[in-house]
Design a protein around this ligand. Structure first.
Ligand code: BGC
Length: 749
């Protein structure tokens, strides 16, 4: 009996596995692919922007579509994907109508392959009016709280999906090691462990367990690879990166996110060592596909295939550009404003310049993404998803995230918190600006148009007036960042006579991509003049810095008593600022980057020993790691004391785990959140070791007098680095662990 049953059972199991496999997205995609013509395949690889099929093109304001242009895109050119808005965010209902019209048009095609729509929801759903905007990644990194990243991603997925959109061009995994770079605020900062941790958390939250749910969206890891390292700091300008550095700081976060299972990757528009990444078979196929094992869709960034010809000048003709990119490994072209890619790729395939198997490979991946996102089951916006838009609790999530991002940089003689009974002057260009609190990708691409923000968005001036009563607040500013009256230093001098303290809100207005290019990081002189005027009044000055990257304040810092770094923390920035300034919230944010003193002092926290050393003969020009505020800096209204580091043992072997524990006590008089950070240092190694590297962090909350023990597990992988053979290795030897002001050593053997 046993012997008869066994083969029968095996047969049944194998039949059921085959049935399951036939049902898998891969199997379905393979079957569909067989039915497709070359034109249908190339159509799938083509992505166009809304202006191509909206009434009036780029001038469109209301999301109404041009039926003829839509038919041309969907039926004639068979495009597989669409993106973007025209001018600004649209109501969620309009998105549902747009997606419905597109999928209705799909019914007029031979194979009825649904279109996948993609949007840039990088800190909340950018292009839907009244969506919930969260802190930018740079501020999320300051929270050191992955749970907030998870929550923000979930809300964003819900609000995208509510409009019928299933593909998000996020998360940004670029690392912020070039503070001039205009996309610095989109990054999780200068440390690769933070970028890796927060990035993978976001991917998991967006995609859930495989994209089946109406609360999930496909992600796009961007911008692969090395985009943030532009030498000049200007967007999309040449990057020179030795591969050892590329692998140490720029690749690990992509490796981790690929493991987590992202559906797509968007490619860096720039060139590395003279090779545009869109033309790099090495980076796209050898590294991303073969080494990292990425199975999803590789999509270009905006117009980047054309630019191989007309900007990078590596392709002699536009067709050669298409051939180069597709053969390097590109699956989908964000063309995005015409159909040139479609025509040229068909021509190239017919001429044998691109093989049909490369096209099939690309199209299969696109179809798999469409199957996985459920578009073949129902391509329309789901009613259940609509109900997930704008839930009241999202406002609370946004507030918590903004509060946890607030980073108190200076608090001389405990000038903060301010008393609610005192009178304050709230001045500076950010005092009555909404856009300076939200930054890029906020209802418009640039985010700098206050008209599109939700009506209940508060300015810092309003939030403070709401907290301490309008009678206690005066301002010398007008609405909007650029309002001329905001720069009237004499007005501050006069107004200061009537108040006890000055809250001066300065920094940056919103910008995105190349419009955010800047010649220097020092704050504009007219803002420095405001600080000087305020300081000269003799009243305590508290700087509130609303900025996406560290703008140098070295000259003015000594003249102010308090500094609060707000970054661009989204919808609830103003409320969070008021909560911190007046003591309703105890700040606990930690800088996710080094706040440098000047361009001549750009040294990262994970510096090499020779950057650390201050040679006597040139000490006066500031060598070593000597920032204005160090990476990880952030004050609290309470104090924390660390016990000694306890190691589970003094040695670690290849297969073991070492536990490092430390007790942290709140020795102050109020409750506070605190991030315990564990750094390691490899004392001697074959490649000059960093002075410190962040390997783990844990955020805890402590009542006054309370103590908690935090434990971290360390394995071989946590101590690894890229060696001169470009291999990630851990070398035997002595290591130091640093937590707070405590240190301990162990031997890896
Ligand atoms: C940006 C991308 C973005 C794309 C689509 C490009 O200019 O670099 O980050 O996803 O536009 O909007």
């Amino acid at each position: 009996m046993k012997y008869i049953m066994f083969p029968l059972l095996t047969l049944l199991i194998s039949i059921s596995i085959t049935a399951q496999n036939n049902n898998s997205p891969e199997a379905k995609a393979a079957t569909l692919l067989k039915k497709m013509t070359l034109e249908e395949k190339v159509g799938q690889m083509t992505q166009v922007t809304m202006a191509v099929f909206a009434k009036g093109g780029w001038a469109n304001e209301d999301g109404s579509l041009d039926p003829v242009a839509l038919k041309k895109a969907v039926v004639e050119y068979k495009v597989g994907s669409m993106l973007n808005t025209t001018a600004h965010a649209l109501p969620v209902e309009t998105w549902r109508t747009i997606i419905t019209q597109i999928q209705d048009e799909v019914k007029n095609t031979r194979l009825k392959i649904p279109v996948i729509y993609g949007l840039d929801a990088i800190h909340g759903q950018t292009y839907t009016l009244n969506s919930t905007l969260f802190p930018q990644n740079i501020a999320m990194a300051a929270t050191r709280n992955p749970e907030l990243v998870r929550q923000a991603a979930k809300v964003t997925a819900n609000e995208l999906r509510a409009g019928g959109v299933r593909w998000n061009f996020a998360p940004v995994l670029d690392i912020g090691r070039q503070p001039l770079w205009s996309r610095f605020p989109e990054t999780f900062g200068e440390d690769v462990y933070i970028v890796k941790t927060m990035g993978a958390t976001a991917v998991k939250a967006y995609e859930e367990d495989g994209l089946q749910n109406p609360t999930a969206v496909a992600t796009s890891l961007k911008h692969y690879l090395g985009y943030s390292a532009s030498r000049s700091g200007k967007d999309r300008t040449p990057i020179y990166l030795p591969e050892i550095e590329l692998r140490e700081y720029y690749l690990p976060q992509f490796r981790e996110a690929v493991k987590t299972g992202s559906a797509s990757v968007m490619v860096n528009s720039g060139e590395i060592n003279g090779v545009p990444v869109h033309a790099s078979k090495y980076l796209l196929t050898d590294v991303l596909r073969k080494e990292l094992g990425f199975e999803g869709v590789i999509v270009t960034d905006w117009e980047d295939i054309k630019r191989l010809h007309d900007r990078h000048n590596v392709a002699v003709t536009p067709r050669e550009a298409v051939v180069m990119a597709v053969n390097a490994g590109i699956d989908m072209s964000m063309v995005p404003a015409d159909y040139s890619f479609y025509d040229l790729l068909i021509e190239a395939v017919k001429k044998g310049e691109v093989s049909m198997s490369r096209v099939d490979d690309a199209v299969k991946r696109i179809l798999v993404m469409k199957y996985r996102t459920g578009l073949f089951d129902n391509p329309y916006p789901e009613p259940a998803a609509f109900a997930n838009f704008g839930k009241p609790e999202y406002q609370q999530y946004a507030l918590t995230a903004a509060q946890e991002a607030m980073t108190l940089l200076k608090n001389q003689n405990n000038v903060l918190p301010l008393s609610k009974n005192k009178k304050v002057l709230v001045a500076g260009p950010s005092a009555q600006s909404i856009s300076a609190l939200n930054g890029c990708w906020s209802y418009t691409w640039q985010g700098n148009d206050d008209r599109w923000y939700p009506a209940d968005s508060k300015t810092i001036y309003q939030a403070i007036a709401d907290k301490i009563g309008a009678a206690n607040v005066i301002t010398t500013t007008g609405k909007g960042f650029d309002n001329l009256m905001n720069y009237d230093a004499a007005a501050i001098t006069t107004a200061a006579a009537k108040v006890d303290a000055i809250v001066l809100c300065i920094g940056e207005n919103a910008y995105a991509e190349s419009p955010g290019n800047t010649r220097e990081l020092a704050l504009p002189k007219e803002q420095e003049d405001l600080v000087i005027a305020a300081a000269l009044t003799g009243k305590p000055v508290i700087l509130v810095l609303t900025e996406g990257r560290p703008r140098f304040i070295t000259n003015i810092e000594p003249s102010v008593k308090g500094i609060l770094m707000t970054y661009w923390s989204g919808k609830k920035t103003a409320e969070a600022v008021a909560d911190v300034l007046f003591g309703d919230y105890n700040p606990g944010g930690r800088l996710p980057f080094t706040y440098h003193k000047s361009m001549g002092e750009i040294v990262m926290y994970d510096r090499k020993p020779t950057e650390e050393i201050r040679e006597v003969f040139n000490d006066n020009v500031g060598t070593g790691y000597d920032p204005l505020f160090a990476f990880g800096h952030g004050l609290s209204y309470t104090s924390f004391e660390y016990g000694d580091i306890l190691l589970s043992k003094n040695t670690l072997s290849v297969t073991e785990t070492l536990t490092a524990s430390i007790t942290v006590k709140n020795t102050g008089s109020r409750e506070g959140k605190h991030t315990v950070e564990l750094y390691t240092r490899d004392l001697f190694a074959s490649i000059t070791p960093s002075m410190k590297r962040l390997r783990a962090f844990d955020k805890i909350s402590l009542q006054p007098g309370e103590a908690k023990t935090v434990s971290f597990s360390i394995t071989k992988g946590d101590l690894a680095f890229v060696n001169d053979k470009l291999k990630t290795v851990t070398e035997p030897g002595e290591f130091e662990i640093m937590i707070g002001d405590k240190k301990a050593k162990f031997l890896y053997q």
